[in-house]
Design a protein around this ligand. Structure first.
Ligand SMILES: C[S@@+](CC[C@H](N)C(=O)[O-])C[C@H]1O[C@@H](n2cnc3c(N)ncnc32)[C@H](O)[C@@H]1O
Length: 232
């Protein structure tokens, strides 16, 4: 009997079923802080590389990206915020494996030595400037499936401006991913001030075209809580 009870307990705890919701959230948040803040000592996400190129994303999110790309097969992925180009290279490599899709990535600064890949093109300038928006509009011509990733300046005002400008490019069934909704105490970087999460909350007051896809947070740790939006 004791053995049976122990066995049941083991399976329930394995499935996360006997971890109380409040305790569970606490565990997730504490691990999130540990993983995120370890960048201060040069570890975790700031030292991540994809095929040798610095990639400032959470690896668990990258796996989710791969699932989204496979399921939605975008013709064009627009990424605001290139940095070293690791994220763009990752996306382009998945497109290579699928034999479909291109990446258009935008940054206000050219860090140089960016990956050269037939599926990646670069734009330099502010993601919200008129010149960049004009070029983005030229590039989306004829694309039936468009996905957008906002990963540039993470201040609330900038992200809100990006949301207002870029949401219309996302096609039905495709994703708008707002990166780093975790800052400003959600649950990391309390000192950040209003950021992507606050921008999203204001955006939802004015737009109902998107569904927050919480299924994409299945791995518990995500830098984008509430930031995976699917266009209706
Ligand atoms: C978090 S990094 C991007 C990380 C990259 N997506 C990756 O996966 O590795 C943010 C980038 O946004 C850029 N940035 C900041 N303000 C911007 C703006 N107004 N327009 C476009 N890019 C901007 C910064 O220069 C920086 O390279």
């Amino acid at each position: 009997m004791e053995q049976l009870i122990a066995k049941i307990k083991h399976y329930l705890s394995f499935a996360g079923l006997i971890v109380l919701p409040a305790k569970k959230q606490n565990i997730i948040d504490e691990f999130h802080k540990l993983y995120y803040d370890s960048y201060l000592i040069g570890g975790t996400w700031t030292s991540n590389k994809f095929l040798g190129v610095a990639t400032q994303k959470c690896p668990l999110d990258l796996f989710v990206y791969q699932e989204i790309l496979y399921e939605t097969k975008p013709d064009l992925i627009i990424e605001a915020g290139t940095a070293n180009g690791g994220g763009a290279l990752y996306l382009a490599s998945i497109c290579d494996l699928m034999g479909h899709g291109e990446v258009l990535t935008i940054d206000i600064t050219d860090l140089g030595n960016l990956p050269v890949h037939k599926r990646i093109s670069y734009l330099f300038g502010s993601s919200t400037s008129e010149e960049i928006i004009k070029k983005v509009e030229e590039r989306i011509q004829g694309k039936n499936r468009v996905m957008v990733i906002l990963d540039s300046d993470h201040s609330k005002n900038h992200v809100l401006q990006e949301l207002r400008l870029y949401h219309r490019y996302v096609t039905s069934g495709c994703y708008l991913i707002v990166e780093d909704t975790n800052v400003n105490s959600h649950p990391v970087r309390p000192e950040h001030g209003p950021g992507p999460a606050e921008a999203l909350s204001e955006f939802f007051d004015e737009n109902s075209d998107f569904i927050v896809d919480r299924e994409r947070e299945k791995a518990y740790l995500t830098f984008n809580p509430g930031g995976y939006l699917r266009k209706k």
